[in-house]
Ligand binder design. Sequence first.
Ligand code: GLN
Length: 535
Amino acid sequence: MHYIVITGGVISGLGKGTITSSLSYLLKNSGFKVTNIKIDPYLNYDAGTMNPYQHGEVFVLNDGGEVDLDLGNYERFLDTDLTSDSNITTGKIYKEVIEKERRGDYLGSTVQIIPHITNEIKSRIKKAAKDYDIALIEVGGTVGDIESMPFLEALRQMKSEKENNMIFGHVTLVPESGNEQKTKPTQHSVKELRAIGIQPDILFCRSEKKLNEESKKKISLFTDVSENGIISVYNVRNVYQVPELMEKQNILGYVRELFGFDDHELNYTLKDFVENIKKPKEEVTVAIVGKYVDMEDAYISHKEAFSHVTGNTGIAVNIKWVNADNLINNIEELIDVDGILIPGGFGYRGVEGKIIAEKYARENKIPYLGICLGFQVSVIEIARNVLNLKNANSTEFNENTEYPVIALLPEQEKIKDLGGTMRLGSKKVLINKNTLAHEIYNSDIIHERHRHRFEVNPEYIKKFENSGVVFSGTDDEKIRMEILELKDNDNYIATQYHAEFTSRPLNPSKVHLYFIKKSLEYKKKRGKIYERSVE
Ligand code: GLN
């Protein structure tokens, strides 16, 4: 089995996920069967309960796993569906070990970090990697963190096991001071890695501009990493430029050399895509109205879906991040945008602002895409202002609302106290013929990922339908409403599912693509009657 471990040093947030994904892309497109594993050393069992402010978006897999957003990156670059086995956390490891201890599996021995925890880590990694040629393992956090120690120790041990071929890659920062690139942080970071018994084979050096020859020589001398293994990952505009940037420095040749692989030809599929991103022909500005807008990673899958649209159409998408709460007294921030997207969310904060944004889009026929909570916001706003159900709401936000247009289904109510009523993962969506959704998807059945508890209250469906609302998609029992559109407005669509999670570079989310095309049409139609904000 072949493994490539990617660790990080100096500071967090250097783009380890993008580097891991880009290398995965290159290897997969050279003919290898590749998978990714993300190690998150925190104690949480999974990302499900984590606040987006701290870790960014909670990504959802087909199997319903709520995982780190890096798994989204892997899926997009590898164009594959991963499972929850690809996200290993300290929480999962300890839970398993303690359960085994309680069952008596350890036959009375003292249960310790080495070997019990490390063995559990190794067995999880091997299980996730077993059907592949190469597994790339990204270790979250930075080397030196207490939490990641057992994982690095397990990986160090794996290197000496005969059946494993392992390469260690380390992501570091080369900052600039004056005009000089500074290599000292990299030297120190590698020293730290060596202190725990790991000698890196590859260094991915993050810097503003390309690493100069002098810095490269110096780093190589101090770290014992061959100059061929020092890859300069300088800043580029878009993450999808990174595979090409790394391959220009012959990363594949170097990895092949380390593993002793024969030559493989690379089928580089992103050429036109990247060209469109670098030189777009058109541009639109769309608002994302949310409550975590100063943490853009909280909505990373939407950003990525828009990149996919740009790569396929040459329409650049400027995102205007709008804090929903700011709209309550003043919708000025929405005046200059060509489209409005309301993403998913939990809790009442921001909801009234989102309702204002949706109403503004609906009444002015500005292109609108509502996703999950954005779909529920549509239902609430239309109930209030079209059906005249005053103060209609979701029972998530007001349990005693007179008009609970969004609510738990009766069977969910029964098990409410047990928790775990969240509807998660990929589910079948049936699309009705002769609807906008059918036109967009050109299919009767799609599979999309979900993460929500509340549903359109079945008692109100008829009322909505009598007022120009079309529920054009449902679940396969036809109980849950999945897609909402308006009879007289083809600029408007909302989905209960998270279309952004399945968007892929060469196969963008169909509703995001449609939304951007409509935004461009809208922009052209109304001409340049407003000052555009350029970000
Ligand atoms: N809070 C809503 C629900 O639980 C929507 C969830 C979401 O947008 N992901 O149903």
